[in-house]
Design a protein around this ligand. Structure first.
Ligand SMILES: *[C@@H]1O[C@H](CO)[C@@H](O)[C@H](O)[C@H]1NC(C)=O
Ligand SMILES: *[C@@H]1O[C@H](CO)[C@@H](O)[C@H](O)[C@H]1NC(C)=O
Ligand SMILES: *[C@@H]1O[C@H](CO)[C@@H](O)[C@H](O)[C@H]1NC(C)=O
Length: 175
């Protein structure tokens, strides 16, 4: 649902010496449930950050399933291949608990992040203010290049929201 969610799902890969920056964050589907002003902007010359507000207009419980699909462009030239990594799918409340348990620092990056154990996640505004990609959460095995992630929240077979996030992973300030 949130670009964040993607950011968080992506945190399954950890990093060392890899720099990861946001390139793009866009909501594609689900404006009746979620309204987002999240944008990638330049904080300064070298640092892209995510900034904006996600308005979640209804409560969400574990009937809302979070799915993530990952695409990789090794050369960073926009030719993406589906990346064959099985990413966990979980209910919204489980997902939030997973973040509390495994990536407690993420909570600090999102204003109004739900409390641990909360279910349903009640309707609210999430604010993300000038947050750079937390590269340190990502494993060093992550291949360089452009990564495009689709985070879909499904209720049954219905896509309730879809976000697309692109990040660039590089080392030595170079591709
Ligand atoms: C951009 O901002 C970050 C965080 O304040 C800082 O660490 C970095 O040195 C800045 N870069 C430039 C080129 O000003
Ligand atoms: C950053 O996001 C906040 C919260 O949505 C908003 O008030 C602010 O105008 C945004 N800043 C910029 C420079 O877009
Ligand atoms: C989620 O909430 C709806 C509406 O209150 C309810 O019908 C459904 O059983 C709940 N799902 C779960 C997994 O608790």
């Amino acid at each position: 649902m949130l670009c964040l969610v993607i950011l968080l799902s992506s945190a399954i890969f950890p990093s060392l010496g890899l720099e990861i920056v946001f390139e793009k964050c866009e909501q594609l589907v689900g404006f009746d449930l979620v309204e987002s002003t999240l944008r990638v902007r330049k904080y300064n010359r070298t640092m892209p950050v995510l900034n904006g507000t996600i308005i979640m207009k209804a409560d969400a419980n574990d009937s809302f399933m979070v799915h993530t699909d990952l695409f990789h462009s090794r050369l960073g030239n926009q030719q993406f291949n589906h990346y064959p990594m099985k990413l966990p799918t979980s209910g919204m409340c489980e997902f939030i608990d997973h973040i509390h348990n495994n990536y407690p620092e993420v909570r600090e990056l999102i204003i109004n992040f739900p409390e641990k154990g909360a279910c349903p996640i009640t309707a609210r505004d999430f604010h993300i203010l000038n947050v750079a990609f937390p590269s340190r959460l990502v494993p060093p095995i992550l291949p360089k290049g452009l990564w495009k992630m689709f985070s879909t929240v499904k209720e049954g077979n219905v896509d309730r929201s879809v976000f697309e996030v692109t990040v660039r992973a590089y080392s030595d300030n170079y591709f």
